[in-house]
Write a protein that binds this ligand. Structure first.
Ligand code: ARG
Length: 414
């Protein structure tokens, strides 16, 4: 029995039913929460007795806990809740439509998913900061074009990863804030005549309320950006764990072996995290393509928003938790890093800058040093550590202060 069988009867084709049915059980607790809010306002409008409200609230708490009560015969989670409420379900839909209901439930879902993502980003950032602290003074080559450029510390490099994560938590905070206003009361698209009070912090236009999915896209964008960062971090870990680089040793708790080659320790965690970057981008592009060109207000196309949002939440969690385990067990190979950082060519910029200090123009100094590299007469001045100590750059040479400040930000959770 559908919520609309009064109009079309019961002759729906099974193939059509399969197409119509939403796989949205994940929304159950959120829809129960939104339904309870709506019930409160129905009571306020005199459309639900006080004892009925208490009963509805109690039933909704039970329903929220049991997704297995949703049946194949329920078109979606909204229909299931109405059925499971029994006789009171007959009253609950006054003054609302599934259009404002689904927008309300999905908004609550996204708010929760954003808070969860931020907590898990904090956990990853904190273990990365511990790693940065341990390796604050460990020298390594800094790269551009994946060619050795100038010496840096591993601490400085790891803090670059932390900066990416810091921006991610800001993006999830913004996505959560965008999802917060309530669309309840918008009804199908233009409210109702039943005198139901609008909720606090309501959206400002009922037509927009039921057609807007920007908040879901903001969430998918935040997720895609996070995955883009995790993917770049994952790529560096893959690279650094090769015999060729050998900058880090992978922890066994987050490595895999080969089914055939007994010697191998593979960086599958970092690779899967890197792989999820593409999928996350696809979800954002997919939902953008779905909403593009839809006429206002609600269209059933919007049911397609659920799958990418649910999958994004699962992947954000998997990737962050896996990466946190990997990061907390990663070991720097200091000898190898020191050997690489000892490459005298890393100091070529310093040699040129010394000539500038002696009065030469930078272009002439650059040419002079480049010529010495070409003809083999190049000699460095100073050491990698001295070069770092003498340098001015965003992100201090001594990374300790930056670690303390970042740790405070992530611990505070804002
Ligand atoms: N399951 C639907 C969705 O996800 C709920 C809204 C259905 N609304 C409608 N007018 N058919 O979008």
């Amino acid at each position: 029995m559908t919520l609309w069988s009064g109009r079309v009867g019961t002759s729906l084709d099974p193939a059509v039913w399969k197409l119509l049915r939403a796989h949205d059980a994940e929304l159950l607790p959120y829809d129960c929460q939104a339904t309870a809010e709506h019930a409160g306002r129905l009571h306020g409008a005199g459309l639900l007795e006080a004892d009925e409200l208490v009963e509805v609230e109690g039933r909704l708490e039970e329903i929220a806990r049991d997704p297995s009560a949703i049946l194949e015969a329920d078109e979606d989670v909204h229909s299931a809740i109405e059925r499971l409420l029994g006789p009171l379900g007959l009253k609950i839909h006054a003054g609302r439509s599934r259009n404002d209901q689904v927008a309300a439930a999905l908004r609550l879902y996204v708010v929760d998913a954003c808070a969860e993502a931020r907590e898990e980003i904090d956990a990853l950032a904190l273990v990365t900061l511990s790693f940065a602290e341990t390796e604050a003074a460990t020298l390594m080559p800094g790269y551009t074009h994946l060619q050795r450029g100038q010496p840096v510390t591993l601490g400085h490099h790891l803090l670059a990863w932390v900066e990416m994560l810091d921006r991610d938590r800001t993006r999830f905070a913004a996505a959560g804030a965008a999802a917060t206003p309530s669309p309840l009361g918008a009804g199908a698209l233009a409210g109702s005549t039943l005198g139901i009070d609008p909720p606090d912090g309501q959206v400002s236009n009922s037509i927009d309320a039921v057609s807007d999915r920007d908040f879901a896209l903001d969430y998918l964008y935040a997720a895609a950006m996070l995955h883009q960062h995790l993917s770049r971090i994952g790529e560096e870990i893959v690279l650094w764990a090769t015999s060729e680089f050998s900058f880090v040793k992978l922890p066994e708790a987050a490595s895999t072996g080969s089914s055939m080659m007994p010697q191998k320790l593979n960086p599958d965690v970092a690779e899967l995290v890197r792989g999820k970057g593409g999928t996350a981008l696809g979800r954002l592009a997919g939902l953008l393509a779905t909403v593009k060109g839809l006429p206002l207000a609600y269209d059933r196309d919007l049911q397609e928003d659920k799958a990418p949002v649910f999958a994004a939440r699962r992947d954000v969690q998997l990737a962050l938790q896996g990466m946190t385990v990997l990061m907390s067990g990663l070991e720097a190979n200091r000898e190898r890093l020191a050997e690489a950082a000892g490459d005298p060519l890393l100091l070529a910029t310093d040699v040129a800058e010394d000539l500038v200090k002696g009065g030469l123009s930078f272009r002439e100094a650059h040419e002079q040093v480049a010529a010495s590299v070409r003809d083999g007469s190049y000699r460095p001045v100073g050491t990698a550590a001295e070069s770092i100590a003498a340098r001015h750059a965003p992100g201090p040479a001594d990374v300790t202060d930056a670690i303390v400040a970042a740790r405070r930000r992530f611990r505070a959770g804002h």
